[in-house]
Write a protein that binds this ligand. Structure first.
Ligand code: 9D3
Length: 256
């Protein structure tokens, strides 16, 4: 089954190959939630490749000590190269290496990747991969943020989840992705559900008023206040985006 994008009138399925020494991690996330639904509905093809399957020795060695000394191990170029080349036979798209040295992942990059027909995600472990693989086979390097995790597997899943949510038809409610924080450059507003009073704390009166215009205004104000207080950097970049868009519109107008 394929997935039809009503807005653009195209059929879209993104094919993702994940290269790792822990394919079981990937296989586990494929069983749950958004990623599982995306696979079941045919929006996502997910295949994990085990680097160890491409090792050439009997012990299936995938790493070795770094030239020049130092702590830790480096993924051998041979098995990794064969594994990436095998993935390229099946998946069309850029080879993305998850690494702390990469460009910082964000929603704009997720949107960009959601337009692709596919991608190959390379997960490092140990100290990293041999630089000659970066030079010969890696198209893009992405980090998920300035903190250290033990390998590229969780970062790859974070990236995948962010991308898959943007594929047409994956979220039940087509609006949800549009309403997410960061799509509009703002944080979310506070949420409440029953009961009206919990441990002496009441739901804001406006939400009980039934006045949808007032509710909308309140939510926007709360979102703005949260964003201004917690993430002023988002407001700065969204006003920059808006003025860029105005410039774009002016440019279009000038050409017509
Ligand atoms: C402690 C090892 N560090 C030596 C200075 C370097 C290092 C190597 C490998 C640190 C982390 C890792 C494993 N992390 C990733 O592969 C990774 C990652 C991350 O740690 N943070 C944010 N994004 C990413 S994407 C891949």
């Amino acid at each position: 089954m394929t997935c039809h994008d009503a807005r653009q009138g195209r059929v879209s399925k993104v094919q993702v190959g994940v290269i790792t020494i822990f394919p079981e991690i990937l296989d586990a996330v494929a069983e749950f939630g958004t990623i599982r639904r995306a696979i079941e509905s045919g929006s996502l093809g997910l295949e994990s490749l085990d680097i160890r399957d491409y090792a050439s020795d009997r012990r299936r060695t995938v790493d070795d000590r770094p030239y020049g000394g130092g702590p830790g191990m480096v993924l051998l170029p041979g098995p990794l190269a064969s594994c990436i080349d095998a993935a390229k036979q099946r998946v069309d798209g850029p080879v993305i290496y998850l690494t702390p040295q990469g460009e910082r992942f964000n929603h704009a990059i997720a949107r960009e990747l959601a337009e692709l027909s596919g991608m190959i995600l390379v997960c490092g472990r140990y100290e990293g991969i041999d630089q000659r693989i970066v030079e010969t086979r890696i198209d893009r390097e992405i980090s998920i943020g300035d903190y250290v995790v033990s390998g590229g597997e969780f970062p790859a899943m974070v990236l995948l989840d962010a991308v898959v949510r943007l594929l047409p038809g994956v979220l039940g409610n087509e609006e949800s992705a549009l309403q997410d924080s960061f799509s509009n450059g703002m944080l979310d507003c506070p949420h409440y559900t029953r009961p009206e009073s919990f441990e002496g704390l009441n739901v804001p009166q406006v939400l009980l008023s039934g006045n949808h215009q007032e509710i909308q205004r309140w939510r926007e104000q709360q979102a703005f206040d949260w964003t201004r207080n917690r993430r002023p950097d988002l407001i700065e970049s969204s006003s920059r985006l808006e003025s860029e868009n105005e410039t774009d519109l002016n440019t279009v107008d000038n050409h017509q």
